[in-house]
Design a protein around this ligand. Structure first.
Ligand SMILES: Cc1cc2nc3c(=O)[nH]c(=O)nc-3n(C[C@H](O)[C@H](O)[C@H](O)COP(=O)(O)OP(=O)(O)OC[C@H]3O[C@@H](n4cnc5c(N)ncnc54)[C@H](O)[C@@H]3O)c2cc1C
Length: 438
């Protein structure tokens, strides 16, 4: 946003209180995907014999894993800093920003006046008030990424996107890992068969999964932490040397002085925006995680594209024009677009389903990575593609065929006629669209 505004000749101040690049670059996407790559390398090395490759005992040099992560993150952040520092019409101001009025923002001892203001403050990990939490040391995504030694036994509280990525990474790096989830299944917004398949994949790697954990509580136990799990059945507690809380995120809107600007927030602290991402004050926009309209880097980036196109190019883009897309970077990854089967049914669609296990995808067999499946959901009446899930090797990339097709309004029968490259994971997607349930 700063780049586009500055390039259009406007004078821009970019205020950052901590690290340029925000969550994604520093404590989100970039460090986690760098660790996912190290964990995958370890996993594949352990499987070497299956491919006829002889390797010695596989060891993990945890400080080297973290150093690689820091190097990738540092390079990404410094690239952004160099770009912004050299940008004409743009000044970076370091410090915490707070509204004094609808047009004035205070940073340190200074105050800035602006005709237009873009709020892009992101969010942070929720730390719920579980019983006993104050008596023990818990970690968030930020502090877990700062460890200098591998946890011996990691308990991950929260079996959703952030928690599961960390669980598998630390398991593959050598920690014992338990995932404690309050709901009856993992990633409960996905279709049940997706949740079940992910659970099987993680359990097969030796991750212990405790579902329906209604009674999460903490207690110091010597140098370790006892995590209370269940009041009704199973072992009532699990012991960890470290505990990660990955139970959701909250917007960084409580210390922004929004009341002084007259900017409305909802009951959860998200800034209320209209379809063009304007707040209740017409010259103030809210972009990214803080507006509650998305929780991903691509939704934040798309918010910028919408606001910039409308303001600078005179376009009429709306946030409701986009289709929900995301990936879960367990290995194999889950790529997702649009509605799940359950969501499509709940919305009243008559649907047709296409499904194929990865054991019947040639490229996956050749790679020796046959876990997971592909699934598509199609509207029976209109032949419109409603959604898809690809849980399998390359699923985060292969899903893009469906994403682009949905974006362009391609029907299922038109997709079925597309010729794809052999051998790829994606080549079976047209086949699935050609073999839908009646
Ligand atoms: C562990 C983890 C893994 C993730 N992995 C992925 C992934 O693989 N793919 C994906 O798409 N998304 C992922 N995400 C989500 C993604 O990081 C966020 O959706 C994205 O960073 C949101 O961008 P943003 O611009 O809204 O805010 P942020 O990136 O959070 O940036 C907000 C910035 O505002 C600053 N700030 C806040 N308040 C103030 C203030 N008052 N004054 C000055 N500065 C302030 C903050 O310091 C921060 O730098 C992940 C998140 C986590 C936690």
């Amino acid at each position: 946003m700063a780049g586009r505004l500055a390039a259009s000749g406007r004078k821009v101040a970019l205020i950052e209180r901590k690290l340029i690049g925000g969550t994604c670059v520093n404590v989100g996407c970039t460090p986690t995907k760098t660790l996912v790559a190290s964990a995958y390398a370890a996993h594949l090395a352990r499987r070497g014999a299956e491919f006829g490759v002889t390797v010695g005992p596989v060891g993990i040099d945890f400080p080297a894993v973290m150093a690689r992560k820091n190097q990738v993150v540092g390079k990404s952040r410094s690239g952004l800093e160099t770009w912004l520092e050299g940008m004409a019409n743009c000044t970076i101001i370091r410090g915490h920003a707070r509204f004094l009025s609808p047009t004035t923002v205070q940073v340190g001892d200074g105050a800035l006046e602006a005709e237009r203001i873009f709020i892009n403050v992101g969010g942070r990990a929720v730390i719920p008030d579980f019983p006993g939490r104050a008596q023990v040391r818990t970690l968030t995504n930020t502090t877990l990424l700062e460890l200098d030694a591998l946890p011996r036994r990691l308990v991950v509280v929260g079996g959703s996107y952030v928690g599961l990525e960390f669980a598998q990474v630390f398991r593959r790096l050598g920690a014992e890992v338990t995932v404690v989830e309050k709901a009856a299944r993992l990633v409960s917004r996905e279709d049940e068969e997706v949740s079940d398949a992910i659970r099987e994949i993680l359990e097969a790697e030796g991750i212990e999964i405790r579902l329906a954990s209604e009674c999460i509580r903490f207690e110091p136990r010597g140098a370790e932490i006892a995590v209370g799990v269940d009041c009704m059945s199973g072992e009532p507690e699990v012991i960890g040397s470290h505990v990660l809380l990955a139970v959701g995120r909250r917007p960084n809107t409580d210390d922004l002085g929004l009341e002084a600007a007259g900017v409305e927030v909802d009951a959860h602290g998200y800034i209320v925006v209209d379809e063009t991402l304007k707040t209740s004050v017409p010259h103030i926009w809210a972009l990214g995680d803080c507006n509650g309209r998305g929780a991903f880097t691509h939704t934040s980036y798309n918010d910028f594209e919408i606001a910039a196109a409308n303001l600078i190019d005179g376009a009429q883009r709306k946030v409701s024009d986009r289709i929900s897309v995301y990936a879960l970077y367990v290995d194999p990854p889950l790529g997702r677009v649009g509605l799940t089967e359950a969501e499509a049914r709940a919305k009243g669609h008559a649907i047709r389903i296409g499904r194929r296990p990865m054991t019947r995808v040639g490229r996956a067999v050749e790679k020796g990575e046959t876990k997971g499946f592909m699934k598509v959901v199609v509207d029976r009446d209109s032949d419109a593609i409603l959604g898809a899930a690809i849980l399998g090797v390359g699923g985060d990339e292969a899903i893009h065929g469906v994403i682009e097709a949905m974006g362009a309004g391609v029907t299922a029968s038109a997709y079925a006629r597309v010729m794809a490259i052999h051998p790829t994971i994606s080549e079976l997607v047209p086949t699935i669209f050609g073999e839908l349930s009646p």
